[in-house]
Ligand binder design. Sequence first.
Ligand code: PLP
Length: 457
Amino acid sequence: MNMITNHPPTKELQELDAAHHMHPFTAGAELAAKGARVITSAKGVTLTDSEGVELMDAMAGLWCVNIGYGRHELAEAAARQMRELPYYNTFFQTTHVPAVALATKLAELVPGDLNQVFYGCSGSDANDTNIRLVRHYWAAKGKPDKKVIISRKNAYHGSTVAAASLGGMSAMHAQGGLPIPDIHHIDEPNWYAQGGDLSPEEFGLERARQLEQAIAEIGEDRVAAFIAEPIQGAGGVIIPPETYWPEIQRICDAHEILLIADEVICGFGRTGNWFGCDTFNIRPDIMTIAKGLSSGYAPIGGSMVSDEVAEVIANAGDFNHGYTYSAHPVSAAVALENLRILEEEKIVDTVRDVTAPYLAERWTELADHPMIGEAKVCGMVASVAMSPDKANRAPFQAPAGTIGLMCRDRCFENKLVMRHVGDRMIISPPLILTKDDIDTLMDRAYRSIDEAYLLAK
Ligand code: PLP
């Protein structure tokens, strides 16, 4: 039987899945009891499951399907490349055409002087690369002790041992003895949950200045880099106060600390500009990219590196690092085709000028709901914080995430994929969402929040 088009009955798939497939970020026993949702096809912004139910995907998969599903041009680019050169590596002074073409295109698109790319297969391994890069860079400059990397609590930088250590997710650190040494976490700029009586602007400065305090405590001669997402994604779509990024930039510049912008979510149009760094006026030394680079059609990620950092690394002999699939030709060809579509169809421009302003208008209406304490949006990424007492930004009495999960389940019933982080609901839809799609999304989101509200009462 063709397992892809003529699949076995859902129940059988679920049983086989539970028996043989360990899922990421899933409780296995619960999965076995309930059965996984089986997605069989997708087009545009719509997923279809094995029962024929159609769901609007307001998460673009895992924040990655920026151009939407079903673009055959990418399948054709992959097939062409597979016929021509399905694989070759870029180790030991070798290269190939898709690696060169994509690197050239990226250097053109990425802001500032981040003109070199070190390719990987994902955001996680790119952040591992970043740890190697920044430590090697400082060692090559005669400062081998400059190796501490400062990150933030509740940040997400991936799931490998090193990337999860960079991240600040306590639930991840609790499993497997993380973080690794020489990673330090400061507080996140989450004004809604932690801002107390400070204004967002005061709080943004206070949180940014924790970086300066941490540098003073650890010692400037020991701190290699600061890493952060322009907008914390998996942490709950935490859009920082306006004062935050300028102060972070000032501190990194003043103390000779490399700045790593993790653009795995924000990159390739998500915030209404090509990169979150454009939106927040950040000038990083290194930028992590993945997800929207290929719109998720093929696994690829990488580190964009500034001229200065690249030059120091280049002059320091072999960089003893790389992956078999660094610059995989098929992924590179798919990414190039994805960038062509993003550019030629003016998808980022349309987000900035048309659909993001409309989403902002509609999404912020949610703040009128009695259970919504905050509704934030930037480009095509948005969140709401749910609260039983919005005037005081109070949390629910039920354990954190109870109402969020309830709301997420109502969303599925209402044919909308929206994610919850604790009691925040978040969206990161494909960038091709139209105004009509936004209306549909908002109807379903409002209905789901309202149903959760009635259940929570
Ligand atoms: N960095 C950020 C900001 C992310 O959101 C993610 C994934 O969600 C990663 C890194 C890890 O990327 P990957 O899952 O491709 O390893």
